[in-house]
Design a protein around this ligand. Structure first.
Ligand SMILES: Cc1ncc(COP(=O)(O)O)c(C=O)c1O
Length: 431
């Protein structure tokens, strides 16, 4: 990976777009959105991968409206029916011993809550370890836990964490076998915890799949290995499931998909059904916050909690985990088939409906095809499909297909037809 001008790529790409590029959206239903000119789009971004349940689901809207008619704001010092119901619902679906929970309105603040809880439970600790290319949000602490940002103006006031290398199966170091690279990265993690930092480590925090920073899934041995190292060295393991939670992987949690239970899960995005909601699930063994350590004015915003309850119920009732698996298998098969005849596609990565392709100008050198990825996005918009892209992260050469989990098959098929079409045009150099 050393030959890839990683930071230069992110720096370069981030200058490409400004607000004048923005499409103004006015309406959404299911997997469709409409702009202010009445143009319809199939939304393969699920609005920052948040609408796991299709947009504006009537069950969620009604639950939010019902709560709004009663009371819109309840300070967290008080109980609320919305809170009690959501806590009980989340306990139904949380991995075995993760029954303690806290809420926030943004994944970033939930990430900070997880960090705080880790340090509270490891009072001597000085360090938190994260993965290179990880993304945990844009609050000061989570920015520090994410990939390095070029020309970062906030460094002086931002906590800094220790970043360790992680496996990248499509671009292994020195052409290693992915399994060998997984073992190498586990060794480096263990060395870092023991010899690479001053003082004890509170936690390792990682996304099971790096959603924003390159859409990278690791070999299964890596997840098990990280858990084993954390257990052996007395370090907590935090999974940031803000993107992977609530069915996206074809299971309720990535923890379930990889059969590895962390000590804390950070969740967000998909739980809210389009309303702002995030939080953490923590193992019963962990000491919870004392009064005053974690209290946000709108932390128990009942409208979001009610919407969250209705969303999780709908995810269960509509069997969205199964639908994500089914649509994910369909998308994977279509993308692999496309890869046979579209040489721009270097790699296809698809657990559940978390699909992406990495575009390369040359399959041997794997040089990232950034310009082409932007062109796919642009031409997709022209044809009424919003693809996910990776302008600010990783190598800037990804196209993501992560629509609502209940997307209709015809809509998903149409989006993939458009992808094939525009890749063909770009390869032929056409307009
Ligand atoms: C894995 C992950 N963690 C945390 C966040 C931050 O969430 P929010 O933007 O709601 O603060 C994101 C957002 O993209 C994310 O993908």
């Amino acid at each position: 990976m050393a030959d890839i001008a990683y930071q230069a790529a992110t720096q370069h790409e981030s200058k490409q777009h400004d607000s004048s590029d923005k499409i103004t959206l006015v309406k959404a239903r299911g997997s469709l959105v409409w702009d202010d000119r009445g143009r319809e789009y199939i939304d393969c971004t699920a609005q920052a991968w948040s609408n796991n349940l299709g947009a504006n689901d009537p069950r969620v809207i009604e639950a939010a409206m019902a709560q709004m008619r009663e009371m819109t704001h309840i300070r967290p010092n008080f109980g609320s029916l919305a809170h009690t119901r959501l806590v009980a619902k989340l306990r139904e679906i949380s991995p075995a011993s993760l029954n303690q929970m806290g809420f926030a309105l943004h994944g970033s603040l939930a990430g900070e809550m997880a960090m705080k809880l880790a340090f509270k439970n490891r009072p001597q600790a000085q360090n938190l370890i994260v993965l290179q290319d990880g993304y945990h949000g844009r609050s000061l602490a989570t920015l520090g836990a994410s990939w390095p940002h070029p020309n970062n103006p906030f460094l002086a006031i931002q906590p800094r964490f220790t970043r360790v290398p992680h496996p990248y199966p499509y671009r292994t170091r020195m052409g290693m076998d992915p399994e060998a690279e997984s073992q190498l990265c586990l060794g480096l993690l263990e060395d870092t915890i023991q010899k690479g930092v001053d003082g004890p480590v509170a936690a390792v925090m990682m996304e099971p799949i790096q959603g924003n920073g390159g859409h990278i899934e690791f070999p299964r041995s890596y997840y098990r290995g990280v858990r084993e190292i954390c257990d052996r060295l007395g370090v907590l393991l935090i999974f940031d499931e803000v993107q992977t939670g609530f069915g996206r992987m074809g299971t309720m949690w990535a923890a379930e998909y990889y059969d590895v239970v962390p000590d804390i899960i950070v969740f967000g995005k998909g739980i809210g059904g389009g309303f702002p909601l995030a939080g953490i699930l923590a193992d019963d063994r962990l000491k919870w916050f004392d009064e005053g350590e974690e209290a946000l004015t709108f932390g128990h915003f009942p409208v979001s909690l009610a919407a969250g309850y209705a969303t999780v119920e709908a995810i269960q009732a509509d069997k969205l985990c199964e639908r994500a698996r089914d649509s994910g298998e369909y998308a994977t098969a279509r993308l692999r088939d496309m890869q046979e005849h579209r040489k721009l596609i270097g790699d296809v990565r698809c657990p559940g409906l978390m699909a992406s392709i990495e575009l390369v100008t040359d399959r041997t050198t794997k040089a990232p095809a950034r310009r082409e990825a932007q062109e796919v996005y642009r031409r997709g918009v022209e044809r009424g499909v919003l693809f996910g892209e990776s302008r600010y992260a990783g190598l800037g050469n990804l196209i993501k297909v992560k629509p609502p989990l209940d997307i209709e098959r015809a809509q998903l098929a149409r989006a993939l037809d458009v992808l094939d079409e525009v890749l063909g045009e770009i390869e032929e150099g056409g307009q």
